[in-house]
Design a protein around this ligand. Structure first.
Ligand code: 2F8
Ligand code: CA
Length: 170
């Protein structure tokens, strides 16, 4: 009996598809590398990860608006607290800090810096109170021993602040 050996060469289409897949994989790898580099940069600057965001607590003190500008220059904004877990995470820094909450536009209408109205809140006992008739239009984390820790305070008082950068899911 006579045996024959055949060599099966891939077709042109199979080669093209394989090349296309290799290109996709190379692009995905490069994008992941770039994301890792960015994460490394943030981490070295002191940002920490929680949930789907990165957080930065300042070492300086600034007015609410200057704090916000600092966050924006870092590609972020003042922290927006959307859950009890995020409230607890933010409180565990144990620092009096500006948060991204203000009623500067309309007195009594508290808004987050991302344009959303306040729904879930963690005001301290008796807050917000515009204490002694002062214009207290900016929100801070103040009563650190209590889950209900927020206070309204005059926006120009220099205070430590917390930035939040949302991580994109894509
Ligand atoms: O007791 C709450 C009250 O404490 C301070 O006023 C004495 C706060 N003011 C500042 O921190 C400037 C008030 O906002 C706060 O309501
Ligand atoms: Ca107050």
């Amino acid at each position: 009996m006579k045996w024959s050996w055949y060599i099966f060469l891939p077709s042109h289409t199979v080669i093209e598809n394989t090349e296309a897949k290799l290109n996709d994989t190379t692009r995905d790898r490069d994008e992941l590398k770039e994301k890792l580099n960015v994460c490394g940069d943030y981490s070295r600057q002191g940002w920490v990860h929680f949930g789907g965001s990165l957080y930065y607590i300042s070492s300086e003190q600034k007015s609410w608006q200057d704090s916000r500008s600092d966050c924006q220059q870092r590609g972020a904004d003042l922290v927006v607290i959307n859950s009890r877990e995020e409230q607890e995470f933010t409180r565990q820094f144990q620092k009096v800090t500006w948060i991204g909450l203000t009623d500067r536009e309309t007195e009594g209408k508290w808004m987050w810096v991302d344009g959303t109205p306040l729904t879930m809140s963690f005001w301290g006992n008796g807050e917000p109170n515009s204490h002694d008739g002062n214009d207290e239009d900016c929100g801070e984390m103040k009563f650190l021993d209590n889950e209900n820790s927020w206070n309204d305070k005059p926006c120009d008082i220099e205070t430590v602040w917390i930035c939040e950068k949302l991580l994109s899911v894509a």
